[in-house]
Write a protein that binds this ligand. Structure first.
Ligand SMILES: Cc1cc2nc3c(=O)[nH]c(=O)nc-3n(C[C@H](O)[C@H](O)[C@H](O)COP(=O)(O)OP(=O)(O)OC[C@H]3O[C@@H](n4cnc5c(N)ncnc54)[C@H](O)[C@@H]3O)c2cc1C
Length: 410
């Protein structure tokens, strides 16, 4: 039984490892190097508290204001607006109160099992040291800002995710570099982070090949199908015969699913990071400041500052003004943060309009499976996705109801 996994980001690589471990013959394909997509430069957070749907009215009501503000946390390039409208219509449809309650539960069902899947994966691959021990601090300058984020905290309470309210002084005891503008904070102790997500994907790929899995660098151009999928066609190469195909090509999965006759409404929420090798500060926790829409994570190669959403499609050139804005905001929380010896990066979050990923068998072609659309949480969900997809593909009953994550839900 040969399974071809398309896309060697954190999702495809983790699934390839899981299937190889379960006895499939697995070929993992990528048009580029392993782990160079969104999985390269994300904010490295195992963000189990961040599952609330993006389609909340409190978010989309702010969108018109953000559109007029070039420094706002969400930017839509005007030329891209017409292409975005069908996705945006689905996004608004996902904001009905009853649908929001379902989406919260579907996100919480994944987040509440993240460590049950991630810790065994890290242990069995000898990669436990890739995960930090510290949590994440959510910052607020005052009570009014905290109240504006109340919806988030209430969702965590509803689903029993641990969090601890701190005064500004208590937050500074944990992170002495924090500005005294921070009036209060919430500690999310379970939001630990990875030292380097790119290194983790590569180490998982090494464990996969050590088990007999095969990685090939080639771009997928299409699929051969009869009553089921039979082969994967490549750009400039012979087709690869396949009994099963897993589409896990991040933000590009929409193009591949279209070739298979079941297009997913997948957009790219482009995000930026600045990796500062000589930041002049040292930190143990990651921090987010919801009102200022940035995140800072201490990583193996210095301090990483990131955030923001830019809707401009897969092909537009990066606009690194976005990363500079984010660094300036981070300096309001960390006044001693220096931006010296740094690199900038842009990546494509694979975003579905209702926030929860697709983890599903094809509704049209036997042998085809999809694992895509993990949005802001692909690193967080990777081990759980691999566990659930492993069960789906090998015919075992997954430990949670998989219907909410079906590809034909749109
Ligand atoms: C700025 C930023 C910050 C983020 N922070 C976090 C965070 O803190 N925590 C978190 O959990 N998540 C975070 N994310 C989200 C996370 O990075 C993504 O959800 C995750 O990396 C998606 O993984 P993936 O494997 O689906 O996609 P990718 O990593 O993009 O991999 C897809 C792969 O498919 C390949 N591919 C595409 N088309 C083809 C083709 N035709 N043929 C062959 N190969 C193909 C690509 O080359 C690529 O390597 C962040 C994302 C960004 C951009």
């Amino acid at each position: 039984m040969t399974t071809v996994v398309v896309g060697a980001g954190i999702i495809g690589t983790t699934i390839a490892y899981e299937l190889q471990k379960r006895g499939r013959r697995v070929i993992l394909l990528d048009k580029g190097e392993v782990g160079r997509g969104a999985s390269y430069g994300n904010m490295a957070s195992i963000a189990v508290t961040e599952f609330m749907p993006a389609s909340r009215p409190s978010i989309w009501k702010q969108i018109p204001g953000w559109m007029l503000d070039p420094e706002g946390p969400v930017r839509v390039r005007p030329s891209y607006m017409p292409k975005l409208l069908p996705w945006f219509a689905r996004f608004v449809a996902a904001s009905r109160p009853a649908r929001l309650r379902q989406l919260e539960a579907e996100g919480a069902a994944l987040c509440s099992r993240v460590y049950d899947d991630l810790l065994p994966l890290l242990r069995e691959t000898g990669l436990e040291s890739e995960l930090t021990e510290e949590g994440c601090l959510s910052l607020y300058s005052n009570e009014a800002e905290f109240r504006a984020d109340r919806e988030h905290i209430e969702i965590l309470e509803r689903f029993d995710f641990p969090h601890q309210r701190l005064t500004g002084a208590e937050a500074r005891e944990l992170e002495p570099e924090l500005s005294d503008r921070i009036g209060l904070a919430v500690l999310f102790p379970e939001n630990r982070s990875l030292r380097d997500p790119f290194r983790l994907v590569n180490k998982l790929a090494q464990r996969f090949t050590a088990l007999g899995g095969e990685f090939r660098r080639c771009a997928v151009a299409g699929f051969d199908r009869s009553s089921r999928v039979t082969a994967v066609r490549l750009v400039g190469g012979d087709p690869i015969a396949a009994d099963e195909v897993v589409i896990s090509a991040g933000a590009h999965s929409g193009l591949l699913s279209k070739m298979l006759g079941e297009p997913m409404p997948l957009e790219t929420e482009r995000g930026y990071h600045t990796q500062i090798m000589a930041p002049g500060v040292s930190m143990r926790h990651s921090i987010i400041w919801p009102a200022r829409a940035f995140m800072v994570t201490p990583t193996a190669g210095g301090i990483r500052v990131g955030g923001t959403v830019e809707m401009a499609g897969l092909d537009a050139a990066p606009d690194y003004r976005r990363s500079k804005i984010t660094v300036r905001r981070a300096q309001t929380a960390l006044p001693n943060l220096r931006c010296e010896n740094f690199t900038e990066w842009m990546g494509h979050r694979p975003a579905l309009p209702d926030t929860v990923p697709v983890m599903s068998a094809s509704a049209k072609t036997p042998g085809v499976f999809y694992a895509a659309g993990h949005g802001h949480l692909g690193v967080t969900y990777a081990a759980t996705t691999a566990r659930l997809m492993g069960d789906l593909i090998t015919g075992r009953t997954p430990p949670i109801d998989m219907r909410p994550y079906r590809v034909d839900r749109f």
